[in-house]
Design a protein around this ligand. Sequence first.
Ligand code: GLU
Length: 304
Amino acid sequence: MELRTLLHEILEEVRPLQQQGQVAQYIPPLALVPRSKLGLAVVTLDGEVHAVGDAEEPFSTQSISKVFTLTLAFQQLGEELWQRVGREPSGTAFNSLVQLESERGIPRNPFINAGAHVVDDIVLSRYAEPRTALLDFVRCRAANGAIADVAAVAEAERETGFRNAALANFLKSFGNLERTVDEVLAYYFFHCSLAMSCVDLARSFAFLAHRGICPWTRERLLTPSQTKRINALLLTCGTYDAAGDFAYEVGIPAKSGVGGGIVGIIPDRLAIAVWSPALNAKGNSLAGTAALERFTTRSGLSVF
Ligand code: GLU
């Protein structure tokens, strides 16, 4: 079956599921996004783009942006990174404080919020212009110079980010932040506020399907071995405390965000991104997860 036809079919099949689940409420601007938004995009490594529904409309990337900051930090620090952050699923919510105290300030993995704060601290210490470095990175990867952060979203997160503030203070108290808590939080809210479409996101993850080389610029961003490792982390820790279930249902490395986006890759083939704002109980897009499950099942493409 034609890829585009398959994507259209899937979109129509999962549309009724958009009535289920909850749009994230705890970041006020996210609560205003209509649950009817639905987009799906596949980008193949030769640059073909298949986009259906609202796949070209930018939305809040939220935790998906943690993959970009992790890549920037990994480029600079390599394996040394793992002295400050672990590589195990946490088995707790992404914003939980419990483990951080008992595990003495070493977050379980780079995709829970505490882990992302440590990664941000590294980016802040290693890049002269950390915001520009990130914007340049996503704009080049997505071949879209218009990608930007949304100050109102970052500000709303700052105003409501009590748990993030608590996590960052904990990290600081254990000596696992070099920069100030305020600097780390400001950078974290900045990158969570990046607005990107499904097409942008699929394009920007394509290097992870391509052994670390950006298919469009031909730049090597990570070694094949580092790429393998980021993908392993995406599979085991990329979809909150539901990564086991997601691997079972969908079977690809992926990252989700509370804005309702999920982006995944199939090595040597493609990157796929979906957006539907209503989330399941674990924080993953409900209709988005269903769409990806249908895609991997019907196409027969996954990592397994
Ligand atoms: N900025 C959000 C938070 O820290 C990110 C949540 C997410 O997408 O997982 O709560």
